[in-house]
Design a protein around this ligand. Structure first.
Ligand code: NDP
Length: 263
């Protein structure tokens, strides 16, 4: 099976680190132009350099846009700048996110709103901008990157679980509306995968340990005995956004090494 993305353009939010950066690299290595979107210009530049080096000598272009996806005006500006430089967006990856959970009683209205703005409304706003062009070209792919808690929420896992469950519902709605125009919309539900957020937690909580030592007690509890690698996640995403994934839509697929119960 040949998984190529030549001639496609992919916009990836949260593209400067972790899973987003790994998808950017994988998609570019598969021939796509990629636009990495995140807030910190320094991290974006770093990611752009790494990916551009990896695909030097090929046609793939790697661009960045600094944008806070919780701000509708910044989303609009970012979208216009991508349209100006690369034209159409064929593949939209709604991936920007951050950890947010705690006892229900401690979560303020503001915290609820911030989480929904980041994990739900950013995806809604970008899909609204992306889908008309995809419909015209009769080809589009959208992946909403969620968490396994979308299907299996636990105590003290709000607001994330609620935002992620809404993301799953959004995925299903958009898949239904996009199907006649060959716009395929899926969700990938993350378990525990090595990324920037875990590196930051390691530095904040146990800088005296190596990263491997820090992860070990968590890994012991996982069925495969290890965290996933960002590249493993990117492989799954690449399949779904390629022509090889042409009959998969409306799914919420766990990428969690078997951690979740069957749902
Ligand atoms: P990282 O923390 O490694 O990367 C997060 C990315 O999102 C960064 O590029 C960050 O850049 C960007 N970002 C955060 N907030 C915003 C914002 N307001 N606007 C634009 N960009 C933003 O996270 P992961 O790679 O681990 O996570 C990717 C997705 O997967 C997230 O949605 C996360 O919640 C989800 N997930 C990951 C898990 C894991 O184990 N890795 C587990 C469960 C879910 P910057 O800060 O510069 O904006």
């Amino acid at each position: 099976m040949d998984i190529r993305l030549d001639g496609r353009t992919a916009l990836i939010t949260g593209g400067s680190e972790g899973l987003g950066r790994a998808m950017g690299r994988k998609f570019a290595e598969s021939g796509a132009n990629v636009v990495l979107v995140a807030r910190d210009p320094g991290k974006l530049e770093d990611a752009q350099r790494e990916i551009a080096d990896a695909v030097s000598g090929t046609q793939a272009r790697v661009e960045t846009v600094s944008c806070d996806v919780t701000d509708p005006a910044q989303i609009r500006t970012a979208w216009d700048s991508v349209a100006g430089s690369l034209g159409s967006v064929d593949i939209l990856i709604n991936n920007a996110g951050a950890t947010a959970f705690g006892p229900f009683a401690n979560i303020t209205d503001e915290m609820w709103q911030d989480d929904l703005d980041l994990k739900l409304f950013a995806a809604i706003r970008l899909a609204r901008l992306a889908m008309p062009g995809m419909a015209e070209r009769k080809w589009g792919r959208i992946i909403n990157v969620l968490a396994v808690s979308a299907k299996t929420p636990g105590a003290a896992s709000a607001p994330t679980s609620v935002s992620r469950a809404a993301g799953l519902a959004l995925t299903k709605v958009l898949a239904g509306e996009g199907a006649p125009d060959n716009i395929l919309v899926n969700a990938l539900l993350v378990g525990l995968i090595k990324s920037g957020q875990h590196e930051r937690r390691h530095q904040a909580n146990a800088p005296e340990k190596s990263y491997e030592e820090y992860l070990a007690p968590l890994e012991e509890k996982l069925p495969m005995g290890r965290f996933g690698e960002a590249e493993e996640f990117a492989n799954m995403a690449c399949f779904l956004v390629s022509d090889a994934g042409s009959y998969v839509t409306g799914c919420g697929i766990n990428v969690d090494g078997g951690r979740s119960p069957v749902v």
